[in-house]
Structures are given as structure tokens and as C-alpha cells.
Design a protein around this ligand. Structure first.
Ligand code: F6R
Length: 619
């Protein structure tokens, strides 16, 4: 949801800003712009369209200067055109602002400012910010920004420049992420760490209502009351190659293929001598002993991980768990209290709905635990405890490795809680961990089977496109599964929808007869997750019901399964054998790859699907 970057140093700011915006582009890609301070004035360039439109413009009309701010936009207020692109300026043209978030009271502020004589040119909420800063500017930008942000309601991360201050720029945040990158003879503001990994790994996480001023050699942070704060940088572990495509055509494909290492690393980090370690957890064992129930709250793919978590926790840790999407949880009266543990799952750690759900849970005195990927993110910092998935930066908008990392952490957490509560014996724990430890190798095997074309999913995607065109673009997808793989059916459908724009639904296979079976004729393609399971035979019955009505079936089955061959399904992909409980991690791979290859067949922009953005920091 918009990415912002600020730079103060010795290099040509425009080059640094563009390089960083490239790494932020996954946050928004409908327009882009930069502003730099040059010879005592603000020079800027902004363009509708993807970042390359702006970079082409800058090749023709380069901008000099060593201090500046940049923005990639995901439109909220105002269509994605050049006027609405950031930076936005005040009436004098001396103040430039880039912003991520939504100013909810912008209409009232705009009316007030217009009455005071300010002139607006865009339809954005952001434009009130430079005008407010103009109103309060008395020669000191930091103070003017402090005064201005006091009036803002909503969410913001901003970077601001003033033409009269050639050396410094100011940033501020409330509910949208903003970090400071502390470099050598250069400092940065950024929406997230990958944007500045080329330059520094030392970051300071700003808190809500903090305002900071950076120059090439100084960093000053104050709170909303003007009090100076002292903050030490944290060294982040991510490296730049993790934010590169490394020879893969798309980030999504790269991230899919990273999953065996991601899960392997989680095991290495979290398991020592068969003891589960969550160093950063900060929730005492006695809390886990005392809880009566749990809620897991998340959005999108993370919600599907949460649903899978329910199966694990209820089955193994024997504790009642309910799962909610964050946007529903936060607006109803969830029955949670001091005996409830609320787990918030979020890759970015910045999803607005999940952040507000967390605050709602805390207000109701529940204990809160965040499962996040991004270090120092808002959800990670505000929860009572955190477990990081450490999957490395996920750049593709469609989440893949973050999902399997969330599943891996949930398995370990389940065993951890089950042990503390005395419902998992030492022997069972050992058995479970033994099975879990097979996963990185089996993931590698699964991925290799696709790479070497043993599993011909790319071919099935090609066939689907042909079929889709023959049917005059009418074909759809249905994903069916049972038990712990049911959330995977939802996830498979979500993956396909978001990058292929093909209607897809996920259902528990047992629900078929209660409605969705009416959809079956020769039109939909039905993905049936039919790996070895307790109720495998019931899945086979569902397959027959679909066959009898002419549906085209892709079955995901277990290697060595002979029965599936006799079912007469149209296509089969096989995953290695593992116990049903752990199978969702392996089953996720063909689902992700199917979505990827279908999108590729249609020639869509896989890493940057339309209308979406990676980190949803607005409601
Ligand atoms: C789907 C996807 C989204 C996110 C959702 C939550 O591929 O990426 O559905 O899973 O927006 O995001 P986080 O996990 O950052 O809270």
C-alpha cells in the first residue's frame, strides 16, 4: 500500500531513490514520483504507470541533488494519474511530501485550509499534509511537521523536504510503517528494510507519533510533544540477494523454490537437541498453562495458515481454537478475555485490520502473540509476544514462502503448547518432530519433481488455457479438500484468483452436496486434494461424483498411491508421502505452482497483479 523512501547523503539522490523504489514497487505500482532538493529549490518528477515510466522520464530529464524522497503509489483517494501521484507540494512549491496511509479527516482539513487561502490541485488526502506544514513552518521543518501531524487522523508514514533546508529531511509515522536506515555518511527513511539493504543493514524502527530528522551524518528523533528520544539501530539479518530474482523469471517462482530452505532454516533455528526454542516469545510458560481457549486472527493467506493451525492445535494440544479474519474480529464483540490467547498471523506485520484486531484483543485483556515475518513490524512490536518466521523478504504480491513458514511455526508452537499443557507426551513429541524433520527434504523432492517435469503442472496449465479459450472464457476452478487440507483448498483458490483473475472457489469436499455440486458440468476444473488421509475414501467418492457430472479433475495425490489411477481423473500430480498432519506444507507446492503457471500461460504480470499490493496498511 504505497512505498516511501527518503535519502540524505553524498550520492545522487535520484539514483538511490529509484533503486530503492524498485525494491518497494511490490507495495504499489500505479504511479511513482520523486522530489529532490537542488540549488535551494524542490525539483520533482512523477508519472502515472509503473516505475519504469518514471525511470524513462528521468533518463531524459535527470534530477541532481543529494537529498530527496520517493514514492510508489497504490491509489486510495483519487485515480492513479500524474496529478495524484506523489510527491505533493504546498502553495509555495517549497515543501514536498510523500505519504503512505490514509488521512481520514482530510476533507475537514482541506476545507479549513482552503478557507485560509491554500490552493489544492489533486484529489488526494495526502495533499493536506504539505499545506499544513506550510501553515506551521517558521523556519524549522521538524517543528512544522510535529505541529502538522498533531492534526492528522488516520494512518501515515511521511517524508518531507523543505527547499530552504538543503541538508535535512523529516519523517513521521502513525500506523503505517517507517524505518530509518543508518548508513555511513548517508541516512534513509523507508517503508521497509529491503528498500535500503543495498546501503545499510542498521535500522531504527520508528514508533507511532514519532518524528525524525535525518541529514547525511545525523539522526534526531522526537515524540509528538517535542521530547528528544534516544534509539539504537538494530542490525537486520536479511541480505540483498534475498531481495533479488537470482535468475528466476519471477519473484513468486523464486520464493516457491525457496521453501525447502525456509522450512529447513526454521527447524535449524528453533530446534536444538529436540527442544523447541522461541527466544523472542516473551510469554511465560504459565500463561500457556492457564489459557482456556485460543483465537487465531489473520487476513488472506495468513488466515488460511490460521485455519490450518486450528486443526493442529485442537488435534494435538487439545485446546479449543476459533479462527477469524481480522476485519470481522475487530468490528464485532469477540468473546475473548484474560484466559484467551489471541494469535495474530501476518507476514508484513503491518496489515491494518490485523493490527486493529490485535488492539481490540488487548483492550479485552487477552494475551496476544504475533507470528510475523518482518522484524520490528508494528504487529510484532505491539503484541505481548512474537515469533518470527524468518522466511526472508517476500517480494511477490502472492504469498508463498511466508505461508509455509507460518505453517511450520504453527506446528512447532502446537507441540510447544501441547507439551507445556501436558497433553503431548515426550514420546509423542519425539515422534512428531521426527516426522516434521523430514519436511525440508521432502519439499526439495517435491520441488525437484516439478523442475524436472516429472509432475507436469506447466502442461496442465497450458491445457487449461486452451480449454478456457475454447469455452469462450467461461471456465472456472473449484478446489476441494477435507480435514487439515481444507484450508489449502481455500489457499489454492486464492492464489489462482489473485494472479490469474480466474474465478476460483475453495470448499470442504463434504460440503459439495450442499450446494456447489450444482456448479459441476464440463465447465469447471476441479482440483481435488486427495493425499493419503484418514478419510481418503470419502475424497474418492467426491471425485466420482464430480466425474459423473463431467467435471475435469486435477488430483493431488500421494506418491505410490495406486488407487488414484483407477479413478479416471484427468490429471494427477504427486507429492511425497508424509503423515496427514504434516501434509499441508507439501500440498501447498502444487497449488502455488498451478496458479503460477496458469498466470504465466495468460501472460499476466505475476509479481504485480492488478489492484493488489503486498502490504495492506489501509482498511
Ligand atoms: C495472498 C496475500 C494476501 C496476504 C494478506 C495478509 O497471496 O498475500 O492475502 O496474505 O494481505 O497479509 P499479511 O500476512 O502481511 O498480514
Amino acid at each position: 500500500m504505497c512505498g516511501i523512501i527518503g535519502y540524505a547523503g553524498k550520492k545522487v539522490a535520484a539514483k538511490v531513490l529509484i533503486n530503492s523504489l524498485r525494491r518497494l514497487e511490490y507495495r504499489g505500482y500505479d504511479s511513482a514520483g520523486i522530489a529532490v532538493l537542488q540549488d535551494g529549490s524542490i525539483n520533482f518528477s512523477k508519472k502515472a504507470g509503473k516505475l519504469h515510466v518514471l525511470t524513462d522520464e528521468l533518463k531524459r530529464f535527470p534530477l541532481e541533488g543529494n537529498i530527496g524522497a520517493g514514492h510508489v503509489r497504490w491509489a486510495t483517494h483519487g485515480v492513479p494519474n500524474e496529478v495524484n501521484a506523489h510527491p505533493h507540494l504546498d502553495c509555495t512549491g517549497k515543501i514536498a511530501v510523500v505519504h503512505n496511509g490514509i488521512i481520514e479527516n482530510y476533507q475537514a482539513l482541506k476545507t479549513m485550509l482552503i478557507k485560509e487561502g491554500h490552493k489544492f490541485v489533486s484529489d488526494t488526502d495526502t495533499e493536506v499534509i504539505p499545506h499544513l506544514i506550510e501553515k506551521y513552518y517558521k523556519g524549522y521543518l521538524l517543528e512544522a511537521v510535529r505541529q502538522a501531524v498533531k492534526l492528522l487522523k488516520g494512518s501515515y508514514a511521511i517524508c518531507c523536504l523543505h527547499a530552504s533546508d538543503r541538508k535535512r529531511m523529516v519523517g513521521a509515522r502513525c500506523d503505517s510503517p517507517l524505518i530509518i536506515g543508518a548508513g555511513k555518511n548517508e541516512n534513509f527513511f523507508a517503508s521497509d528494510a529491503p528498500a535500503i539493504l543495498d546501503y545499510t543493514k542498521n535500522v531504527i524502527f520508528l514508533n507511532n507519533y514519532e518524528i525524525a530528522e535525518i541529514s547525511k551524518n545525523t539522526i534526531k528523533i522526537i515524540n509528538i510533544n517535542g521530547k528528544t528520544l534516544s534509539r539504537k539501530p538494530t542490525r537486520i539479518k536479511w541480505n540483498i540477494s534475498q531481495a533479488e530474482k537470482s535468475g528466476f523469471k519471477h519473484f513468486m517462482l523464486k520464493e516457491i523454490f525457496e521453501q525447502s530452505n525456509v522450512v529447513g532454516d526454521i527447524l535449524k533455528e528453533r530446534l536444538k537437541n529436540n527442544k523447541i526454542h522461541f527466544e523472542e516469545l516473551a510469554i511465560k510458560e504459565k500463561v500457556f498453562k492457564g489459557i482456556k481457549n485460543m483465537a487465531i486472527v489473520a487476513c488472506g493467506t495468513a488466515y488460511h495458515a490460521a485455519l490450518t493451525g486450528k486443526y493442529m492445535l485442537e488435534d494435538l494440544a487439545e485446546i479449543p481454537v476459533w479462527v477469524d479474519t481480522s476485519s470481522e474480529f475487530r468490528y464485532r464483540k469477540p468473546i475473548v478475555g484474560k484466559n484467551t490467547l489471541v494469535i495474530l498471523i501476518s507476514q508484513s506485520g503491518e496489515t491494518a485490520d490485523t493490527l486493529h484486531a490485535l488492539r481490540e484483543a488487548k483492550k479485552r485483556k487477552a494475551k496476544t502473540l504475533a507470528v510475523c515475518n518482518v522484524l520490528g513490524s508494528s504487529i510484532a512490536r505491539e503484541a505481548d509476544g512474537v515469533i518470527y518466521t524468518h522466511a526472508g523478504p517476500e517480494i511477490a504480491v502472492a504469498s508463498t514462502k511466508a505461508y509455509t513458514a507460518q505453517l511450520a511455526i504453527l506446528y512447532l508452537l502446537t507441540i510447544y503448547i501441547g507439551r507445556i499443557r501436558g497433553v503431548i507426551s515426550g514420546k509423542t513429541k519425539k515422534k512428531l518432530l521426527k516426522e516434521f524433520k523430514k519436511i525440508p527434504r521432502l519439499l526439495k523432492l517435491t520441488l525437484n519433481d516439478f523442475k524436472s517435469n516429472k509432475n507436469k503442472i506447466a502442461e496442465y496449465a497450458k491445457n487449461f488455457r486452451k480449454y478456457y479459450l475454447e469455452k469462450h472464457n467461461k471456465s472456472t476452478f473449484l478446489y476441494l479438500a477435507r480435514n487439515i487440507n481444507y484450508p489449502n483448498a481455500l489457499e489454492g483458490a486464492l492464489k489462482l484468483k489473485e494472479i490469474s483473475y480466474i474465478t476460483a472457489e475453495g470448499y470442504p469436499a463434504g460440503e459439495m452436496k450442499h450446494g456447489p455440486i450444482a456448479l459441476i458440468d464440463e465447465n469447471p476444473w476441479v482440483v481435488c486434494i486427495a493425499t493419503k488421509a484418514k478419510i481418503y475414501e470419502k475424497m474418492l467418492s467426491n471425485i466420482q461424483e464430480i466425474k459423473a457430472r463431467g467435471g475435469i479433475i486435477i488430483a493431488i495425490a500421494t506418491k505410490g498411491d495406486k488407487e488414484i489411477a483407477s479413478q479416471n481423473v484427468n490429471y494427477v500430480v504427486k507429492v511425497p508421502e508424509i503423515s496427514e498432519l504434516f501434509s499441508p506444507i507439501l500440498v501447498a507446492i502444487p497449488l502455488q505452482l498451478l496458479a503460477y503457471y496458469v498466470a504465466r500461460e495468460f501472460g499476466y504480470d505475476i509479481d504485480q497483479p492488478r489492484n493488489l499490493a503486498k502490504s495492506v496498511t489501509v482498511e
